[in-house]
Design a protein around this ligand. Structure first.
Ligand code: ADP
Length: 300
């Protein structure tokens, strides 16, 4: 097979591992810098150009599209889809999951457990926004934040008000969320490939910190998830329509709660914590999808 990995940096652990795993399974693989792709949208024969050449003959595309380039990345991916190349994940599922408000709306409609969450742009009544979520402590987040940056725990109503006011000055969308104290600074990352949770790890925040992000000093370890957690992770991924995803869960007194579904989950933390060849499983999944597409085309 010929596999394309859309990634801005070939040196990243996840990109390197996918390249390695593809080669180990006998495939040809090319890392393509998403932002360097250009395409003619109007032509009847959709194609993509890269460094002066037409990208052709790929059997599968694995997008590793960072949050900051979602818009253009999805367009490049869509072009591959128009060329009938299986994309693991699809452009639609990526844009859907990147929109936290839309994801939460879809999850709540389907009965997925979520922390009580308020969304706002420029509310003229911050008190009321706090009231609809509940009593402090509250977690206030920048909707566009990643790696735990812009996630603040406000212990009192006054602190919550000040943080919300400060965030609103930045012209950012914010989330005000119930604080899941009983999670005790721990969250669970379920790594999903196809319809399976192929690996799971717990991330524990370092002392004095409630954010468990590895970038914030959190430590990862192998964990056995419950059947309920497994089911919820798979349902959330299905609702998003993703093939490969990282689902972050919090263990609350009322069962597992979904915090986020990530469409470009990092491989380093999960492979090191679990010792599993997750990259290899993604490549195997690509093989299956490519085969399915081929059979489908043969049937006409
Ligand atoms: P990011 O997407 O930037 O990683 P998250 O929303 O995942 O932001 O929050 C970062 C971390 O903070 C989470 O992994 C979790 O450990 C902690 N956290 C976030 N929201 C809550 C909450 N409502 N209750 C308890 N802990 C939370």
């Amino acid at each position: 097979m010929k596999i394309a990995i859309l990634s801005r940096r070939s040196q990243l652990y996840s990109t390197r591992r996918l390249v390695e795993a593809a080669k180990a399974r006998g495939h040809t693989v090319q890392v393509i810098d998403t932002l360097r792709c250009y395409m003619n949208i109007a032509s009847h024969n959709p194609g993509i150009h890269y460094r002066g050449q037409s990208l052709e003959g790929f059997n599968a595309v694995i997008p590793r599209i960072g949050a900051s380039i979602t818009f253009y990345g999805a367009a490049v991916l869509r072009q591959f889809e128009m060329m009938n190349v299986p994309t693991i994940n699809s452009s639609l599922s990526i844009t859907r999951s990147r929109d936290k408000l839309r994801s939460f709306q879809l999850f709540s409609k389907r009965g997925i457990g979520l922390p009580v969450t308020g969304f706002a742009d420029s509310p003229d009544d911050i008190d009321d926004l706090i009231k609809i979520v509940g009593e402090p402590p509250l977690v206030i987040k920048l909707v566009e934040g990643t790696q735990g940056i812009g996630v603040v725990l406000a212990e009192t109503k006054q602190a919550a008000q000040s943080v919300i006011e400060a965030f609103l000055e930045l012209d950012a969308h914010i989330m005000v969320q119930e604080y899941i104290k009983e999670a005790q600074g721990k969250d669970i990352r379920c790594f999903v490939v196809g319809k399976k949770v192929v690996a799971a790890m717990a991330r524990q925040a370092k002392g004095g910190e409630f954010r468990s992000n590895l970038q914030r000093g959190g430590k990862a370890k192998l964990i056995k998830i419950t059947p309920e957690e497994r089911k919820m992770a798979l349902r959330a991924v299905k609702i998003m329509g993703l093939d490969v995803a990282g689902v972050d869960l919090l263990r609350s007194n009322r069962g597992p709660l979904v915090m986020e579904v990530n469409s470009s989950p990092g491989l380093e933390g999960i492979e090191k914590a679990t010792g599993k060849n997750v990259a290899g499983m993604i490549i195997q999944y690509c093989e299956k999808q490519a085969k399915k597409r081929k059979n489908h085309q043969a049937l006409g």
